[in-house]
Ligand binder design. Structure first.
Ligand code: ADP
Ligand code: ZN
Length: 606
């Protein structure tokens, strides 16, 4: 066993490195620089934490997220690593104490906010450590914050270029989960890492199952999704407005779900309280706007649901990526409708941005719509958007239940003609009424019961027509006029269809089997045992034990043990400390601290 492996096993309790981790650790341990691109949940932290323990002195970790520092440091202390942080949340005396520990060589890792790192006072501290050969490495987390074009830009990050000038011998590692090539180049240039070895991982998150459904009765659909596989599990439900967040959270509470709201309109105290409960208790569902998520690295979020369309595939990927960081099965579920699209288009149009930006925003939204309407593998399409080739995944809705398609050229023509005959000024609802020959007040008022397309669509029902119109929009034959409240208008792409020069294939919205195909009878994740079995009961007991420990120590539950570790314990029922030590997630320190209690608990539940 190499020393790196020994640390992985004894300190962190893991049996194997993941992906590029080992190569990155070796690069740094040998004194080289690294630029690491790894998706969320890929395991970036160990890439600098293990070299920090391998090299003499202290590793300085630059992180922009104060909330994260605290949890990272708690987790490190839990496994017996001497770690601490310096940021504006600390009082003067606390900060002084940590500075003293730093000077005395008592720390293996120190997390600092970038603005603090570049102060003369802190650089002076670093100079002293450097002179004594006590700087192990610099890790720059969330390195995309250096990009002026990204939305997480932090000007202080630009000043980090001082590090290689001042401490040329100290290895540096920059890490990010932002994939695109432009950001990568910017990071390398601005942080002076052009000579660093690049480690680029696949951005696939194989444990996340993607499902996108047409919106019908969104709340009922959401509840159905949550009850079918996610009872008692932690999740995030994204909504586009504060009002909808509040309403949805209240409604879910009525249905007996531990849901909490989170949005920027709430008071800071209440927001912090809800976030804390989400991190520290089991099975909380956070209903939130996109304001929630950055800086949450809870590993056991089992699902992310979208009740509204994000703005782009990048946004969708980032938000869904918050599920399943621990590598265990997780789900990304979204319900969307044409009304969502209309709303997003309106947001774009009404924004202050220039035309170029608006055009880009529209193109991004269209790409997302393409993902929603694809008949092919969702993952393949998602990865292709990030220039990554892959085959059908077998773990998304379209792979698991291939959608049926029919030739709908005739119907498409009817719908397009109807839009034309009614003057291209009405939304989908009215067009469908006319097609179905419904003489509503509005239809009569506009005399649309007189147009040639009135009642020509009785061969399909309301839902069918809406599906078709949505797909015509996705296809680009119809556009949504945001200035006129979502009126449908014909585009160039409608011409060949109307002229009979091209055909249109429609994807049928089929009702999917209610229960999942794997683990049919359980109401939890497919690989979680039913609470009615002995293993399930033991697992519940272990989780209860974990909750009380977490409370006692005031740390999130996952800092004590991950779900996967508890599950392995329940499955394997170790009878000795030696057996327990072989389970992934049980390192020396935790074995010492909790081993006896766990074995006693196993005996009680034998
Ligand atoms: P990232 O920062 O890339 O999103 P983290 O470093 O937070 O990812 O790691 C995600 C989760 O995976 C963490 O809970 C971590 O403990 C776990 N993990 C990382 N590496 C391994 C490994 N080699 N074996 C098992 N679990 C790991
Ligand atoms: Zn697939």
């Amino acid at each position: 066993m190499s020393r790196a492996q020994e640390i992985l096993y004894h300190v962190f309790g893991y049996t194997q490195f993941r992906g590029n981790q080992e190569a990155i650790v070796e690069q740094l341990a040998a004194g080289g620089d690294a630029l690491v691109l790894m998706p969320t949940g890929g395991g970036k932290s160990l890439c600098y934490q293990i070299p920090a323990l391998l090299r003499p002195g202290v590793a300085i970790v630059v992180s922009p997220l104060i909330a994260l520092m605290q949890d990272q440091v708690s987790a490190l202390k839990e496994v017996g690593v001497a770690a601490d942080f310096l940021n504006s949340s600390l009082g003067f005396n606390q900060a002084m104490e940590i500075e003293r520990a730093l000077q005395a060589g008592a720390l293996d890792l120190l997390y600092v906010a970038p603005e603090r790192l570049v102060t003369p006072r802190f650089l002076d501290l670093l100079d002293h450590l450097h002179a004594e050969g006590q700087l192990a490495l610099f890790a720059i987390d969330e390195a995309h914050c250096v990009s002026q074009w990204g939305h997480d830009f932090r000007p202080e990050y630009l000043q980090l270029s001082i590090l290689p000038e001042r401490y040329p011998q100290v290895p540096r590692i920059a890490l990010t989960a932002t994939a695109d090539a432009q950001t990568r180049r910017e990071i390398a240039q601005r942080l002076r890492l052009t000579e660093a070895q690049e480690f680029v991982s696949s951005f696939d998150r194989p444990n996340i199952r993607y499902t996108i459904v047409p919106k019908d009765n969104a709340r009922a659909q959401l509840l159905g999704f949550m009850r079918d596989g996610h009872v008692g599990e932690a999740g995030v439900v994204y909504c586009s407005s504060r009002k909808k967040v509040d309403e949805t959270a209240a409604w879910l509470q009525e249905k007996g779900i531990s849901a909490l709201p989170y949005h920027a309109g709430m008071g800071a105290d209440e927001r912090a309280l809800n976030q804390n409960r989400f991190l520290r208790e089991d099975g909380i569902v956070m209903v939130a706007t996109v304001a929630f998520g950055m800086g949450i690295d809870k590993p056991d979020v089992r699902f992310v649901a979208h009740l509204d369309l994000p703005r782009s595939i990048e946004g969708y990927y980032q938000e869904t990526g918050r599920a399943g960081r621990d590598g265990q099965a997780a789900e990304a579920w979204m319900a969307y409708s044409i009304a969502d699209l209309v709303q997003q288009r309106r947001f774009i149009e009404q924004s202050e941005a220039g035309d170029d930006i608006k055009r880009i925003a529209t193109a991004k939204l269209d790409a997302l719509l393409g993902l929603c309407e694809t008949t092919g593998c969702r993952r393949q399409r998602l990865l292709a958007y990030f220039d990554e080739d892959s085959g059908p995944c077998g773990n998304c809705d379209t792979c698991l239940h291939p959608p049926q398609t029919v030739d709908a050229t005739e119907s498409a023509r009817k719908a397009l003609s109807c839009v034309f005959r009614t003057g291209s000024r009405f939304g989908a609802g009215h067009i469908v009424d006319v097609l179905l020959g419904k003489a509503t007040d509005k239809v009569k008022e506009w005399q649309h019961d007189q147009v040639s397309t009135f009642g020509i669509g009785t061969d399909m029902d309301d839902k069918g027509w809406r599906t078709l119109i949505r797909q015509l929009v996705a296809h680009g034959a119809l556009a949504v006029d945001h200035e006129r409240y979502g009126a449908l208008i014909l585009t160039e792409a409608a011409r060949p269809l109307l002229r009979g020069e091209s055909r249109f294939t429609m994807r049928l919205d089929v009702a999917r089997p209610k229960k999942r195909t794997r683990g049919e009878t359980t109401v939890r994740s497919a690989d979680w045992p039913s609470p009615h079995t002995a293993e399930g009961r033991l697992l519940d007991a272990l989780r209860q034990w974990r909750s009380s420990k977490a409370k006692e120590r005031n740390v999130p539950t996952y800092v004590i043990f991950h779900d996967a570790t508890l599950r392995d314990i329940a499955r394997q029922r170790p009878t000795s400390l030696g057996d327990l030590a072989t389970i992934s997630g049980v390192g020396d320190r935790k074995l010492n601290a909790y081993g006896d209690e766990i074995l006693a608990l196993l005996e009680e539940n034998a």
